[in-house]
Write a protein that binds this ligand. Structure first.
Ligand SMILES: Nc1ncnc2c1ncn2[C@@H]1O[C@H](COP(=O)(O)OP(=O)(O)OP(=O)(O)O)[C@@H](O)[C@H]1O
Ligand SMILES: [Mg+2]
Length: 292
């Protein structure tokens, strides 16, 4: 990307953010001849550390276990966590001619992430917004994704440049929003819902992570952050409540060890998986009845 392209992108972002311009229709980036991606779904949150990457990973693994061809575009350029979680730590993406080939997990999930193209995975990414947006463009346009039923986009936290670029430029069919049961959740989730609305991207629903701890000795659920706010928040924002996830040290350990794909228990957030599948079926029907 040269300076004038960067300036133009900056200007577009500023105009949208400051409300001078309605966002254009998505699908601004072009799919290449080596990718046939049928459905794109984003995983977002209003703030950081609530479990987006975890939920993105669960959706990817569950869809792949159902036999779908799944990719994950790690759009968290400065804080990528997908490769480690899915057992690709230390791996590098290959370049073939002008294209980047994503890395494939044990279970067949295709992954592209900044950590797969940096020389060392501890190298910090200290790029400004437009350059980060350029990386997202490359992950879409210059990546040989192959045939995918689903491409899940793991977003960085919040409503900044990257979600804006993804919503504006990729054909996102819907987003799953992740929240935690803490204070201010309604306001924070509201920002993500409103951004999706401004960009005409449907919200598939809300997953509340870290809702409770299951007592290891009995079936009792302990709510360390107080009662769940999932139903209340979902109703107030007029989105679907897609389920709760407990705080589970085994999940955190599997993310850290890169054994997540193998160790993930079945059926943690079935309604969220169903919402993604239903959306894909809806778009397939719109396009003329092919199934994902
Ligand atoms: N339900 C859970 N039980 C146990 N650990 C969890 C749970 N959810 C998330 N974690 C841990 O908390 C940390 C943050 O989760 P995660 O990376 O999914 O959040 P995020 O929203 O993607 O963060 P960021 O905003 O930095 O991208 C990770 O180390 C993850 O393993
Ligand atoms: Mg993350």
């Amino acid at each position: 990307m040269d300076q004038s392209e960067r300036d133009q992108l900056r200007q577009e972002v500023d105009e949208v953010l400051h409300g001078q311009k309605q966002p254009s229709e998505p699908a601004g980036f072009q799919q290449n001849d080596y990718s046939n991606i049928r459905h794109v779904v984003g995983v977002c949150s209003g703030k950081g550390g609530v479990g987006k990457s975890l939920v993105c990973g669960i959706l990817a693994v569950e869809l792949a276990r159902r036999g779908a061809r799944v990719g994950v575009l790690d759009a968290d350029i400065t804080g990528p966590s997908i490769p480690k979680m899915l057992g690709l730590s230390g791996q590098r993406a290959r370049g073939v001619d002008d294209l980047i080939v994503p890395n494939r997990t044990e279970g067949g999930i295709e992954v592209m992430s900044a950590n797969l193209v940096l020389e060392h995975e501890t190298d910090p990414v200290i790029w400004r917004g437009p350059v980060v947006a350029g990386a997202i463009k490359q992950f879409w346009e210059d990546c040989a994704w192959g045939e995918l039923d689903y491409l899940l986009v793991d977003m960085p936290p919040g409503t900044g440049d990257v979600p804006l670029t993804v919503f504006q430029s990729l054909p996102v069919e819907g987003i799953v929003i992740v929240s935690s049961p803490q204070d201010l959740v309604q306001m924070v989730v509201g920002k993500a819902v409103n951004m999706a609305g401004m960009m005409n991207v449907p919200v598939l629903g809300l997953v509340e992570n870290m809702s409770y701890v299951a007592c290891p000795h009995c079936d009792e659920k302990i709510y360390p952050y107080g009662p769940s706010r999932l139903e209340e928040t979902a109703a107030a924002l007029d989105v679907e409540a897609l389920g709760q996830l407990p705080i589970d040290p085994a999940l955190a350990a599997a993310c850290d060890a890169g054994t997540f794909e193998r160790d993930l228990p079945e059926g943690l957030i079935p309604n969220a998986v169903e919402a993604v599948v239903r959306t894909a079926e809806f778009y397939d029907a719109l396009r003329g009845g092919e199934g994902a």
